[in-house]
Design a protein around this ligand. Structure first.
Ligand SMILES: [Zn+2]
Ligand SMILES: [Zn+2]
Length: 147
């Protein structure tokens, strides 16, 4: 988005967990799966994959708690305020999926696709924002825009 090194900062709701990301942000992945809905309490989660080498996570009070929501997938949250922080898979080390709502504005990223639209909440409209929609998981890696 710009040619200088960007720094993004963010925090959980109570401010006990703070984070900084150095370098450009990946696109936001929107996930409508049942687990994300329950974990966030919202119709979808907005996640940014972040290289752990680019992320500084400051948790001075030991507030980050990880919950294994499905085997091999850990969802981290602040145990004081309940903010979801990230998810990670120990079998794919080096990357966390940060919850985009933690970031302070402005955020130099934008959504690039919807995943698990096929199991989306019946009470929320199907996405019609022109982004690619996948009934299940999004394919790995960057998406190529068609037309
Ligand atoms: Zn907190
Ligand atoms: Zn999900």
């Amino acid at each position: 988005m710009s040619d200088h090194i960007s720094i993004h900062a963010g925090s959980c709701l109570c401010g006990g967990v703070r984070l900084r990301i150095t370098g450009p942000l990946a696109p936001v992945q929107v996930c409508h799966c049942v687990s994300c809905r329950k974990a966030q309490g919202t119709p979808f989660a907005t996640n940014i994959p972040v290289d752990t080498a680019a992320l500084q996570l400051q948790d001075d009070h030991g507030l980050v708690e990880e919950y294994e929501s499905t085997p091999g997938k850990l969802r981290a949250f602040c145990r004081r305020c309940g903010s979801p922080i990230y998810s990670r898979r120990p079998d794919t080390p080096g990357v966390l999926r940060l919850r985009a709502g933690l970031l302070d504005e402005p955020v130099a990223s934008a959504p690039d696709a919807h995943a698990f639209v096929g199991s989306g909440a019946g009470w929320w409209p199907r996405p019609d924002d022109g982004l690619p929609c996948f009934e299940g998981a999004r394919p790995p890696g960057p998406l190529t825009r068609q037309g």
